[in-house]
Design a protein around this ligand. Structure first.
Ligand SMILES: Cc1ncc(COP(=O)(O)O)c(C=O)c1O
Length: 271
């Protein structure tokens, strides 16, 4: 993750580098806790209520107590103190099994314009369905394995060859003719995260939620990732096989359409 700027720990605000939690917290020792990453646009959080809803659902599924009113007050306090910093592009919220509420402002992570993906075999742990938990070591390892193979990021694919998502983003693609035309994305029933950006794109662009065999993606007319930090990011290649993504890597027509619609929606929601 990017270096954090300012922290709020149980409501106490201080530079992130000077903030610490007890070493006995099971959030650290066992990855037992929940988190959210929210985008800040000029200091204003996008889709805050939905992120807090997902945080509350994650905590309930994990049987973790969560004080939403206290977190809302923490968010307001931290944004008042540090949201104006132009470097503060994200707000992280973490709730640990040890009962800590940790919020951080962070810069935007660096993302390449068009992304090269490498497939990594992954079986989602059913028990963590509907939980954005702190146990992200597998997601982070998948990215590392992909980079060892010369790619930028992993694409998680089941042992049976179904494309799921990337470690921190969802995937959309336009299948080749004759199936071509309608945008597709894997269904939430494939045990992927209920991404907030994915739900916005589903609202904006007619999309079929369908399981994705890897061969269908490899033959796609275009594909893109979506997430809070990237918005829409064209996919340049999968396992070294190039996908059409515009001459300058700006994405094919459907990718650019989704990116423009999402950007307009974000601006409209921020008002
Ligand atoms: C596994 C996974 N899928 C998808 C996403 C994208 O979700 P969102 O659009 O809510 O940022 C994330 C975000 O971190 C993620 O961790």
């Amino acid at each position: 993750m990017a270096d954090a700027l300012l922290a709020s720990l149980d409501g106490r605000i201080a530079p992130a580098a000077e903030t610490s939690i007890p070493v006995t917290d099971d959030g650290l020792l066992r990855g037992d806790g929940v988190f959210e990453l929210i985008r800040l646009y000029d200091g204003r959080p996008f889709a805050l209520a939905e992120h807090l809803d997902r945080l509350a659902a994650s905590a309930a599924n994990l049987r973790l107590a969560l004080d939403r009113a206290a977190i809302e007050a923490d968010v307001a306090g931290l944004l008042a103190a540090g949201g104006g910093d132009p470097a503060a592009a994200c707000l992280r919220i973490v709730v640990t099994r040890g009962g800590r509420r940790l919020l951080l402002t962070e810069p935007l992570p660096a993302h390449p314009g068009a992304i090269r993906l490498a497939t990594v075999t992954y079986a989602p742990p059913r028990l963590l369905d509907g939980v954005k938990s702190l146990s992200y070591a597998a997601n982070m390892l998948a990215g590392r394995l992909a980079r060892e193979r010369g790619a930028d990021e992993a694409l998680l694919v089941t042992p049976h060859g179904r494309v799921l998502e990337a470690p921190t983003s969802s995937i959309f693609w336009v299948p080749a003719h004759p199936a071509g035309g309608t945008l597709r994305t894997p269904p939430l029933g494939d045990h992927i995260l209920a991404s907030i950006t994915r739900s916005r794109v589903l609202d904006l662009v007619p999309t079929e939620e369908r399981p994705c065999p890897l061969e269908e993606l490899l033959a796609a007319e275009e594909a893109f990732l979506v997430s809070t930090t990237r918005e829409v990011q064209p996919v340049a290649s999968v396992d070294g096989q190039a996908l059409p993504c515009g001459t300058g890597g700006e994405g094919g027509p459907r990718t650019r359409e989704a990116a423009a619609l999402l950007r307009a929606r974000i601006a409209a929601e921020l008002g």
